[in-house]
Design a binder for this molecule. Structure first.
Ligand code: NAD
Ligand code: UDP
Length: 341
């Protein structure tokens, strides 16, 4: 992909999308963002503009709107699509599976149909480490078996398989399936970051809200796992590193190598209590927590073998948990109510 190419970024106003837009703009790409703002705010795109000094054209609309997609491909010379748009709350997906399959799976089918009509065959897809289910061994390689334990995870798995079928049907498709581990942190400016609209499901935004006084204490889900201190272990990755992975993936598409899955993680796991301690260091406060029962569906440990991404994308995570916590805290403390602050 020439770095002057135009990229359609679906879900570009969201957490990972905004950070990726910044890295794409600084690499010289032209962008068009499509977002229905179901889990984000137009303010997030204004902040991207404030950080980069570059105007980001944003269209409010849905990936399930085929006529809108046709218009966008017709009016803009789009070379590639980075597809972040999707719903991502595991518990909600269990309660509302059809909403998840419609938004994530049907939305992706509608998007790919529009790409096909427009002759655009370059796609980077936001997948997740959740597709590995409960891995038999660690670290996790891309060739490990996949499985799903909830509709959210199943939607990612189904989409990966649909994209595989698409490539089999037409080798002009180039698809990078990026399997994210646990994205955390924020842009170092403190202007953009993760802004959950409800009570956070994920560890780091929950800790950040305890630190800023919005929540009383962290509930640590499970302290009897076979891990370093009994709490769950995950591969946390700085969202700026993750964003760079997308820039590398766009360049990889250019080689025309078909479809491939890549782990985007650091290769190192940290426990819940280790992350809590690192955040305490970053914010300079002691944070209240209590040990409670395991969360159903959680695995003990999950971390990546990121070798393939290093070999084929030339990408490697560079930022550690100190930067993840310091940048996450800067965003949260400067924007205690997120984009509503
Ligand atoms: P996010 O909710 O912040 O961003 C998703 C964006 O997509 C939001 O701006 C939302 O408004 C938009 N959107 C949702 N449905 C849409 C639709 N039908 N049409 C148009 N826009 C729509 O989430 P995120 O954390 O930035 O995640 C981005 C992608 O990465 C998602 O596909 C998610 O499943 C995947 N992912 C996220 C994580 C994580 O921990 N954050 C981990 C693995 C994978
Ligand atoms: N976790 C926790 N309390 C919370 C949220 C998460 O103890 O309020 C734990 C969770 O059990 C897991 C780790 O933190 O061990 C990461 O959870 P998260 O939901 O952020 O990511 P995922 O489980 O999807 O990898």
């Amino acid at each position: 992909m020439q770095s002057t190419a135009r990229v359609l970024v679906t879900g570009g106003a969201g957490y990972i999308g905004t950070h990726t837009c910044i890295q794409l703009l600084s690499a010289g790409y032209q962008l068009l963002v499509l977002d229905n703002f179901s889990n984000s705010s137009p303010e997030a795109l204004h902040r991207v503009q404030a950080i980069t000094g570059i105007e980001v054209p944003g269209i409010e609309g849905d990936i399930n709107d085929a006529a809108l997609l046709d218009r966008l491909f017709e009016q803009h010379a789009i070379d590639a699509v980075i597809h972040f748009a999707g719903l991502k709350a595991v518990g909600e997906s269990v309660a509302q599976p059809l909403r998840y399959y419609h938004n994530n799976v049907s939305g992706t089918v509608t998007l790919c149909q529009a790409m096909q009509r427009a002759g655009v065959f370059n796609l980077v897809f936001s997948s997740s480490a959740t597709v590995y289910g409960d891995p038999a061994t660690l670290p996790i390689r891309e060739d490990f078996p996949t499985s799903a334990t909830n509709p959210y995870g199943r939607s990612k798995l189904i989409i990966e398989e649909i994209l595989g079928d698409l490539y089999t049907s037409d080798p002009r498709w180039n698809v990078a399936l990026l399997r994210y581990f646990n994205p955390v942190g924020a842009h170092p400016s403190g202007l953009i970051g993760e802004d959950p609209s409800d009570i956070p499901n994920n560890l780091m935004p929950y800790i950040a809200q305890v630190a800023v006084g919005r929540r009383e204490r962290l509930s640590v889900f499970g302290s009897d796992y076979p891990t370093v201190d009994g709490t769950g272990v995950r591969d946390y990755i700085h969202v700026m590193d993750l964003a760079d992975g997308h820039v590398r993936a766009l360049a990889w598409l250019q080689q025309g190598l078909g479809i491939k899955a890549f782990n985007l993680g650091t290769g190192r796991g940290y426990s819940v209590l280790e992350m809590l301690k690192a955040f305490e260091q970053a914010c300079g406060k002691t944070l209240a927590y209590e040990l409670v029962a395991r969360r159903p569906g959680d695995v003990a440990s999950c971390y990546a073998d990121p070798t393939l991404a290093e070999q084929e994308l030339g990408w490697k995570a560079t930022l550690g948990i100190e930067a993840m916590c310091a940048d996450g805290w800067r965003w949260q403390s400067q924007n205690p109510e997120g984009y509503r602050s």
